[in-house]
Write a protein that binds this ligand. Structure first.
Ligand SMILES: Cc1ncc(COP(=O)(O)O)c(C=O)c1O
Length: 436
């Protein structure tokens, strides 16, 4: 078991209040199945599958063995002009899982990289077709698309933008889909499809021929499980089709069974042109992201280049890293052989019943949920986010890990969780809210 390090000072921690954390550290020394263990000895139920990336459970031997074997047999090769079987195999498996005709996959190393890669693919696609007027990208309020400059430019979260004044120009922002009248709505609300007409207004104002792509998380994850109203994604698709605009789904959280189908595209029956993914692609065991595109997008870019010439001037030293691909292939095998997507879909009603059972608590202002993803909003304290931060810490002390964004706690149990684990999660949540 790992022990406490000699010093906490030198590491600058991500998205963490460093000074506070270092005065009161919470270290994880072991993780297995649905649990983690803290350095103080407590067992913690992982209520958010890490950061939504470990649905098959921690410490999966099949994945560890595959990575170990890969590192011993072929640890690395330069991915530009060289290949290895594992990345082609992973792309093939993904193409099988993805909705048709999304059959081509570009590998990167994180969700943030997948977003910036998708932006560049959209630009390359329009450029390859000689369509050079499409400078605008459309995103949405309350969107999270990672932390690279492209993703920050698309961000709908003010704190993630306001220290970084130099971002991409020409980004237009749709309204978010949280509606007061849909509070405590389970699944998709009946109200709000018309919010998609914000895109039509942009088309009417700027001209559809000036818009390259629309980026949306089908269910906004990081800002608290904002489920799209019925008809909303369909309407976006319609407007995109009518104007030659690419529709891009950021499925970094929703991908791989989280909301009742392999991808949200299938759950909602709306197929985007480009899809980003990461997180559960390797069950969190190796960093990896990917961008999947329709055949027409791939063909347009590849066919436009002269024979023998590089078609897309983009790639990473670790694109399709052998160890990440080994983890990805082993992970997809586990999902299939254990029927984990079906298991997740089967557990959804029990999970959502349990979460919505918390609605009697006065301090809870809203609950949203779909599949095995839900958010509970605690009513703000003196400042926005203060109560959420206090609750996250207290939950950990009480034996439950939950990812909070501001005052929204985002629940995402592992697909291997048993009903008992859901009951335990809810009991700890109820107890902890009572202690605030
Ligand atoms: C929708 C979405 N896009 C992109 C990202 C960024 O992924 P990463 O943290 O792997 O860069 C996230 C992370 O939570 C996400 O939820």
């Amino acid at each position: 078991m790992e022990t406490m390090p000699n010093s906490l000072e030198e590491q600058w921690m991500p998205f963490t209040p460093n000074r506070e954390f270092k005065s009161e550290p919470r270290l994880v020394v072991k993780s297995q199945g649905v649990h983690m263990w803290s350095h103080a000895g407590g067992r913690i139920l992982d209520g958010s599958s890490g950061l939504f990336c470990v649905p098959a459970g921690h410490g999966r031997r099949e994945i560890a063995d595959a990575v170990h074997q890969q590192l011993l047999s072929n640890d690395y090769m330069a991915p530009f002009n060289l290949g290895h079987a594992g990345s082609f195999e992973l792309a093939r498996k993904l193409a099988k899982l993805l909705p048709d005709p999304i059959n081509h996959v570009f590998f990167c190393n994180s969700g943030s990289e997948s977003v910036d890669t998708a932006l560049k693919i959209a630009m390359a696609y329009h450029g390859a077709r000689g369509d050079h007027r499409r400078l605008r990208f459309v995103s949405r309020e309350r969107a999270y698309h990672g932390v690279n400059i492209g993703g920050v430019s698309l961000s709908g979260m003010v704190k993630n933008r306001d220290s970084f004044p130099v971002v991409m120009p020409y980004v237009l922002t749709l309204r978010h889909t949280w509606l007061q009248q849909n509070r405590f709505q389970r699944g998709q609300g009946d109200e709000g499809a018309d919010l998609a007409n914000d895109l039509q207004r942009m088309v009417d104002t700027y001209g559809g021929q000036t818009i390259a792509a629309v980026f949306v998380e089908p269910v906004a994850g990081s800002t608290g499980c904002l489920v799209p109203p019925k008809g909303y994604l369909e309407r976006l698709r319609e407007i995109c089709d009518a104007n030659g605009i690419l529709l891009i789904f950021d499925e970094v959280i929703t991908g791989f069974g989280r909301i009742g189908a392999p991808f949200a595209a299938q759950a909602f029956g709306v197929t985007p042109d480009i899809m980003t993914m990461a997180k559960a692609l390797t069950n969190g065991a190796q960093p990896m992201g990917a961008v999947a595109v329709k055949d027409t997008v791939y063909d347009a870019v590849v066919d436009a280049a002269p024979e023998g010439g590089i078609e897309f001037f983009h790639g990473y030293t670790y694109s399709g890293h052998p160890a990440s691909c080994a983890a990805g292939n082993a992970t997809l095998d586990i999902y299939e052989s254990e029927g984990l997507f079906e298991r997740a879909a089967g557990l959804s009603d029990y999970f959502l019943d349990a979460v919505y059972g918390l609605r009697d608590i006065e301090l809870i202002g809203d609950i949203r949920g779909i599949g095995l993803l839900a958010a509970i909003d605690v009513k703000p304290g003196q400042a926005a986010g203060q109560r959420g931060a206090a609750m996250q810490k207290q939950l950990f002390m009480n034996g439950l890990h939950v990812k909070f964004t501001g005052d929204s706690g985002i629940l995402a149990p592992q697909f291997i969780a048993e009903k008992d684990h859901i009951d335990e999660m809810i009991a700890i949540l109820r107890k902890t809210v009572g202690e605030l």
